[in-house]
Design a protein around this ligand. Structure first.
Ligand code: UDX
Length: 441
């Protein structure tokens, strides 16, 4: 089936490559010439495990192509996916500028029956707005008889596992009010449903909300555990033990139950705030979600508080090493990462910061520049003569780091661990001043 994917970011490029892998013919469109020319030269704009090989194979087998020409790509496709960014606006709502621009271009370009699919996370009610814009465009073109359908097909892709999550979905959610569109979507996803992966049909509003509700539930679990971690610190309990005592309950399970320095990324923070905004506009209270967001905002301050608690308010001249800039392992994405916010606060206090990350250095450099910061490609180089080490991201190489070497390189054996990588008792044995989340000092 012929597909036009509008947007070649974390969602669009992954979904486009995976749909091609499933046997469909996909044109990925972007309005950024640099991105398209890089893709045409086989360079990907994002780091995602397994994606490079997938793109290469499907381009070679002529199922996947890239274009700047949205009109022609839309005109020759039956499935038109909208996978452009929906960044948070000032008031917390999702900024739909890019979505609505793409929709206008779709309305101006479709020539036959087409299914317009929102893959980007859009606020509840967006699909009706999209329908109106396309109808307006068709009227202006004198094509009021041209039929099209709108479908909500939200993505449930984790960064760092997106290819796997798309090709092995827990569920495929399809929202539409038209059986014809649902039938077409069944055909589109047949390569996955034929392997037993479930597809769930529902109305559009429910599909749009199912995405938000899923992310909000996961974010709630994280903030809940971070709140429990605060209680552990006060009563001398260990959050990792508490977690073990909880996760064996099948109703609770073990996923998204790790306390830490808070959740980041381009989804949880944005989606929680967007639901709050959507509900508030309709005078619906969101006590739980507001608490989830508040707890997370506070949790991101934890390592900064540890630094001030240990070194005092005057941090001028201090040198601190930071391991982990990405918001989670296996990605180069630093959006809303706890590390970035903490680095900004520290360097405002005159702290010299030496940073390492396996893949996110470039993105961090673009975001932070060079003021009071030095970037290191080797984790141990960043430790030289530092007064303490702060760990924000649980990259595997940090978990297996050589503690003796860390201690010998630091000026003082002080380690603040935002992801509970090490055992507090062992760290004490090794002579570290060690602080982590929800556990003994
Ligand atoms: C999330 C959802 O998982 C995915 O389904 C949705 O489509 C997009 O948003 P992502 O943001 O890529 O995916 O990352 P995820 O793995 O969910 O982690 C989000 C944040 O939560 C990270 O900062 C991570 O460090 C944090 N986290 C995760 C915790 O603090 N504790 C946990 O137990 C799990």
């Amino acid at each position: 089936m012929k597909i036009c994917m509008i947007g070649t970011g974390y969602v669009g490029l992954v979904v486009g490559a995976c749909l091609a892998e499933m046997g469909h013919e996909v044109i990925c469109v972007d309005n950024n010439p640099a991105k398209i020319s890089a893709l045409l030269n086989g360079q990907l704009p994002i780091y995602e495990p397994g994606l490079e090989r997938l793109v290469e194979r499907n381009v070679l087998e002529s199922r996947l192509s890239f274009s700047l020409d949205i009109s022609e790509s839309v005109a020759q496709s039956q499935f038109i996916f909208i996978a452009v960014g929906t960044p948070p606006a000032e008031d917390g709502s999702a900024d739909l500028t890019y979505v609505m621009k793409a929709v206008e271009q779709i309305g101006a370009s479709i020539r036959d029956y087409a299914i317009v699919i929102t893959k980007s996370t859009v606020p509840i009610g967006s699909s009706e707005r999209i329908r109106g814009i396309i109808e307006e465009q068709l009227k202006n073109r004198g094509l009021t008889d041209l039929e099209f359908d709108i479908v909500s097909n939200p993505e449930f892709l984790r960064e760092g596992a997106a290819v796997n999550d798309f090709l092995n979905p827990n569920r495929i959610v399809v929202g539409s009010s038209n059986p014809r569109a649902l039938a077409y979507m069944e055909k589109l996803y047949l390569p996955l449903t034929s392997k037993g992966f479930p597809i769930v049909h529902m109305d559009i509003a429910s599909a749009e909300l199912a995405k938000y509700a899923s992310n909000a539930m996961l974010a709630t679990r994280i903030s809940f555990m971070n709140e429990m971690a605060g209680i552990c610190e006060a009563v001398g309990a260990d959050i990792e033990r508490v977690r073990q005592g909880m996760e064996l309950d099948h109703r609770i399970g073990s996923y998204f139950l790790s306390a830490g320095v808070g959740y980041g990324g381009s989804c949880f923070p944005k989606d929680v705030r967007a639901i709050i905004q959507s509900a508030t506009e309709r005078n619906i209270p969101t006590h739980i979600l507001e608490a989830v967001d508040k707890v997370n905002h506070k949790q991101k301050q934890k390592l900064f508080e540890m630094v001030v608690g240990h070194f005092g308010e005057d941090l001028k001249g201090l040198r601190l090493a930071v391991w982990g800039l990405s918001f989670k392992p296996e990605t180069d994405d630093i959006r809303e990462a706890p590390s970035i916010e903490t680095i900004e606060q520290l360097r405002k206090r005159g702290v010299q910061i030496h940073v390492h990350d396996p893949v996110a250095l470039q993105n961090a450099y673009q975001a932070l520049g060079e003021e009071n910061i030095k970037y290191f490609t080797g984790p141990y180089q960043a430790l030289m003569d530092a007064d303490a080490l702060l760990i924000f991201t649980e990259w595997k190489q940090y978990r297996s780091a050589d503690l003796g070497r860390i201690k010998s390189l630091l000026k003082q054996p002080v380690l603040f661990d935002g992801r509970n990588l090490f055992n507090p008792y062992m760290m004490k044995e090794e002579g570290f001043v060690y602080q982590s989340i929800g556990r003994m000092k």
